[in-house]
Design a protein around this ligand. Sequence first.
Ligand code: SF4
Ligand code: ZN
Length: 124
Amino acid sequence: MKRQIVHIDEELCNGCGACVTPCAEGAIQLVNGKAKVVSDSLCDGAGFCLAVCPTGALTIETREAAAFDEHAAEQLQQQRGTTYIAQHCHVCGAGEDKRVLLPCRTEGRSLWVCTRCLPALIHG
Ligand code: SF4
Ligand SMILES: [Zn+2]
C-alpha cells in the first residue's frame, strides 16, 4: 500500500539520537551512528520525530510500505518500558511524568516545552 512514512536523510543525520524517544512506536533506532526506521510496520507516519531533529534530516514521504502494525508497536512499547528516557520541559524542568510535553524549535535548537509554560511562549 502507498502511505505516509518517515524518511531519514543519512547525509544530514548526525546521530544525535534525539528522534529515538519521541517515536513512541519504537520505529527509529540508531544503527552505526545513524537514525534508521527499523521496520516500516512500526512507523505510523505521525511525524512527531520531525520537530526534534536539529539538522532537518527527517521528512515525511509517501511511498509503498507495509501497513502500520499497531499491535506490534504496542508490544514493543511494553518491552521498552524499562529503558524509556524521560524528557523535560526546557523552561520549568518538569518531566513528562508530571506534564504533557510538546516539541518546539528555537534558534536552531530542538527543545521540549510543557503545556503550562507554552502560553508564555505564545504570548511573550
Ligand atoms: S534527530 Fe535527526 S540528526 Fe538526530 S539522530 Fe534523529 S535523524 Fe539523526
Ligand atoms: Zn514547563
